[in-house]
Design a binder for this molecule. Structure first.
Ligand code: FAD
Ligand code: SF4
Length: 274
């Protein structure tokens, strides 16, 4: 396997596609390469190409979760979502760009069952084990999106800047269908370059997990208040980061998530006004 080390966004984009895949911190990509879920002839290292750091309301896609968690310019919901993600070692290496594009933790998918997300015609989780799976939009694929920071960015109304367009964060994601199994709208050779984050009056992120630390969200609730308006972003409840609170469609083994969601939303609203 080749390793390319481009020095600019344009050079990185030119190197992508045709079997070349972007590498940021590698905390997600390397395990997927090891298990041969992702195949690559060339890794395009983004370290020198993609911006890093926080400048007012702008975040470089190469900024690590550890840097975001510690930066006072970052709204509380995003800082807390980063702080509650993964382990300190992973947060020191993992970037916000890579975090937004991480794949599902559905073990059927990670163990390469020929499920719908792998191009098959069955969702094994729907009939099998689905305690951790989605309670919204789960009819085609019941996977639950694992990103805590994506939920916070959704509540905050963040904008994503790529090498070729600017889009609201929710338009970065799409629900998979029989015709197109992808979960994002990003082209194979498109790079996330920066994020733009509005400053709320207050914001909060609450996360229910099986352990107090280093676990993915069973339910994550981000809320951000701008004047009288409150925006929500949810992790762990739909195949993509989700912003609607009503009309859950739980599976028989994950109805408990609806109860947790309602409780966390109540707590988040209370914390926003206080
Ligand atoms: C054990 C474990 C526990 C974790 N727990 C949590 C958790 O609780 N909450 C949570 O939110 N996350 C969690 N994570 C996910 C972790 O935060 C991500 O793995 C990390 O943020 C990914 O960033 P990276 O820079 O390492 O990405 P990489 O692994 O380098 O890349 C990930 C993907 O993004 C693509 N990519 C990276 N940067 C860009 C870019 N700028 N533009 C376009 N494509 C890009 C890569 O091609 C690849 O497909 C966990 C991960 C592990 C391994
Ligand atoms: S939830 Fe999605 S990823 Fe998991 S088995 Fe079903 S189709 Fe595959």
């Amino acid at each position: 396997m080749e390793l390319a080390k481009p020095e600019s966004v344009d050079a990185a984009v030119a190197a992508l596609g045709n079997g070349a895949v972007a590498l940021a911190g590698g905390t997600e990509l390397v395990p997927l390469l090891n298990s041969r879920i992702v195949r690559a002839d060339t890794l395009v290292e983004l370290r020198r190409a993609v911006p890093k750091g926080v400048d007012g309301t702008t975040i470089g896609a190469g900024t690590t979760l550890a840097e975001l968690e510690a930066d006072p310019q970052i709204p509380e919901a995003l800082r807390e979502a980063c702080r509650l993600s993964a382990s300190p070692q992973l947060r020191a290496a993992g970037t916000i760009g890579g975090n937004l594009l991480q794949a599902t933790r559905c073990w059927y998918w990670r163990l390469k069952f020929p499920c719908r997300l792998h191009g098959g015609d069955v969702c094994h989780a729907q009939e099998g084990q689905h305690r951790e799976h989605a309670i919204f939009a789960n009819d085609f694929c019941a996977s639950a999106h694992p990103s805590d920071p994506a939920a916070a960015l959704l509540a905050l109304g963040a904008t994503v800047r790529t090498d070729r367009r600017e889009l609201p964060l929710d338009e970065l994601y799409r629900l998979p269908t029989a015709d197109d199994r992808s979960l994002t709208t990003l082209a194979p050779d498109e790079l996330i370059v920066e994020l733009e984050i509005p400053q709320p009056d207050s914001s909060v992120y609450l996360k229910a997990m099986d352990r107090r630390r280093w676990a993915f969200a069973l339910v994550g609730v981000a809320a951000a208040r701008f004047g009288d308006d409150v925006g929500f972003g949810l992790a762990g409840v739909a195949p993509i980061p989700w912003s609607t609170l009503d009309d859950t469609t739980p599976l028989p083994g994950n109805e408990y998530k609806t109860t947790i969601l309602e409780a966390l939303v109540r707590r988040a609203r209370a914390q926003l006004v206080s």
